[in-house]
Each structure stands twice: as C-alpha cells, then as structure tokens.
Design a protein around this ligand. Sequence first.
Ligand SMILES: Nc1ncnc2c1ncn2[C@@H]1O[C@H](COP(=O)(O)OP(=O)(O)O)[C@@H](O)[C@H]1O
Ligand SMILES: [Mg+2]
Length: 360
Amino acid sequence: MKRTTASPSANQTLSLLRSVGEQLEGGHGLIAVDKSGRILLATQEACRLLDLSGEGEGHTLAELGADFRLLRVITACRDAEAAVEREIASAREVIMVRAFPVQSQTIAVIVLVRDETRLRRLERVRRDFVTNVSHELRTPITAIRLLVETLQKGALEQPEVAAGFVHRIALEIGHMAQMVEELLELSTIESGRQTMKMEPVPVVELIRTVDRLLPLAEERLIEVTVDVDPATPPLLGDSRRLGQVLRNLVHNAIKFTPPEGRITVSARPLLEQSRVELVVRDTGIGIRPEDLPRIFERFWKADSSRQRDGEGSGLGLAIARHVVEAHGGSIRVVSEPRRGATFIVEMPAAPRQAAETEPG
Ligand SMILES: Nc1ncnc2c1ncn2[C@@H]1O[C@H](COP(=O)(O)OP(=O)(O)O)[C@@H](O)[C@H]1O
Ligand SMILES: [Mg+2]
C-alpha cells in the first residue's frame, strides 16, 4: 500500500489529530484528507458512521465508496477554502459532516462527523407529541362547542333534549379529564420524579380494583372471569399504579370486545424466577400483526379504534409499560385479528417475610 509521504512536522500534526480523534466520544468521528482526497487519517467511528469500507488510510474516499455528498462537501471546502457543512440523511440515520480547510502542505481538509440520528428522532417525537395532544383535545372541545351552541340557539327550551346534551358535555369533559390525568402521569414517570410506594400487594386485592369496570362490561353483555392460582405470592409494587395498569388492560379488553364476549383475568406464580404472571385475555377484535409492535407507543391507536370518537387517548398502554418496567417487570401482548388479545404482565414477587415462614 502506497502511503503519502509527509514531512516530520506534518507527521506530528497528524499524530496530534489522531490523538484528538481517539478522545472523541461515540457518535463523533474525524477524517483528514490531502489535496487529492487521499485519506491521511480516519477514526474508526468516522468509518462506521460514513460506511467507509476497510482500512481507510492511504486510499481515497471515492475508492472506499464514500457517499457523493461527502465527496462534494470536501471538494467544495478545498476549492472555496472555506468551511462547508451538510447533512447526510438516509432512511436510517442522519449524519452531519463539517469540513474545514487547512493551510498545510499535506492536510488539505479536516472533516468532523457527527451522528445526529438520536437528536433528530427526539425532535420528531416532541413535535408529534404536541400535534397529538392538540388533536386529541380538539375533538372533545369541538363537540362541546357544538353542544353549547345548540343549547344557546334554543335547545335549552326543551328540557329533555337539553338534559341529553348536558349529559354528552359531561362525557366529553370526562374524556378530557382522563387524558389530562394520563398526560400528567406520563410526564411524572418520564421525568423520573415519580415516587413509588413499594409494598407487598396481594394479587386478589389488586384484581379487585377492576370491579368498578364490571357495570360497563355488563352493559355490553361481556362476561368477566377471575382465575387466581392460590399459590400466587403477593407482588412487590405500588398498588395504586398497578391497579391503574390492570384497569386499563381490562378497560381495553371491554372496549375492543363485541357483546357476548369473554374476558379472563388470571394470575399464577412463576416460582423459579420469584415472579408473578398476570394475564388479561379477551375474545375481541384482536390486533393486526403489523400493529403489534406499535401499541405501546404514546397516542397510538389502531385505525379501527380511531374512528370511535372519545374512546381514549392512546396513552394507557404507554403508561402501563412505563409503570411495569419501573417495577422491574415486563408487559407483552399476543394477538391475532378477530381472535382476541392476551396481555401478559410479569412482575417481581414480594420477598417472603419472616412472619410468613412455614409452620412447624
Ligand atoms: N384488548 C385489545 N384488543 C384489541 N386492541 C387493543 C386492545 N388493547 C389495546 N388495543 C389497541 O391498542 C391501542 C392503544 O391502547 P391504549 O394505549 O390503552 O389507548 P386507548 O385505550 O386510549 O385507545 C388501542 O387504541 C387499540 O387500538
Ligand atoms: Mg386504554
């Protein structure tokens, strides 16, 4: 391999640059090229970020299959003798390259490479979040505005009609209140400020918190069965938050199961791992395979559920996952369209207390 010969001072500059390059943290890389585009120095990370094949040094960037956008940045920088920067975005990643001209006999251009993929993704998530919140709030607000306008235009004079409208206004306000509560819960969890009261929670008591949803199930002619293995030990966790998780799973099961369907809430010990498995199974509409990876995302709802106005914000499962994982547990789903859905939560069991030791 033919190496570019460099004067001692150039060698010193290069080795200085090399040690700078080695200090860079992950996601940052450095390249130095000569006038003809031959690589004098390329850090491993730079090669990885720019998909440069093989041992870079001694070859030209073009030989290594560099992206044409990178080649143009370097040429432009060299010719204009001015700094040039540009983003090299692909479907998977966003790489920022900044080229600086150098007044030296050997090095012509130094390029700093930075992976901005994560940053961009965060920016997008934040933008989407604001759009989603606005959209979700607009629907109930529009409904309330129309109902109030109709009341003002005379519906108030007809007590029966008016009562129905007021009832619907109350429902819409209920949806908004639920959503604001879920948003607050989510932001508390994400800020890491949430305080969890960890205590042993008897599983039967936890499952009892879904009792308040039974009238809703009954109204929809859905049968709810509870099946707890008597050997199930108490969980270790925050009973209020775990109750919320379980209620959301059962509420979903009710929402997405047609009349005459069945829901089973069950629990059993996974003794070897000192864990407990909680399962909520329904016989409802199920989830399409392509939707399965997305259902735990914030605001995500299947198209079929989007059409049901005011039925939910799509935050419940995102919160459920946060809460369960914050307890050192896991949540997953198994489902097929029209064959129901099964949500499986695995939680750590509470350590056995001295008071509970075996009799004898
Ligand atoms: N048991 C279920 N059966 C079918 N689809 C479900 C079930 N649970 C959740 N989903 C899908 O996942 C989406 C997200 O659920 P969730 O985060 O609780 O939001 P929400 O209940 O507010 O719609 C639902 O809108 C629905 O499309
Ligand atoms: Mg829900």
